[in-house]
Design a protein. Sequence first.
Length: 53
Amino acid sequence: MAASTVWKILKDAGIDPAPDRSSSTWADFLRSQADGLLACGFLETVTLSGTRM
């Protein structure tokens, strides 16, 4: 994927280039990702041999 394609996708989504973005804290990031992080805590995979991971 070309850098120009990524740039266009980000621009269309209204996401500014990195130096112009407002900075967020680690706590803000974790809050925004909480649903996914919580779901990963309950993820279980069973391999073909029956081993649970």
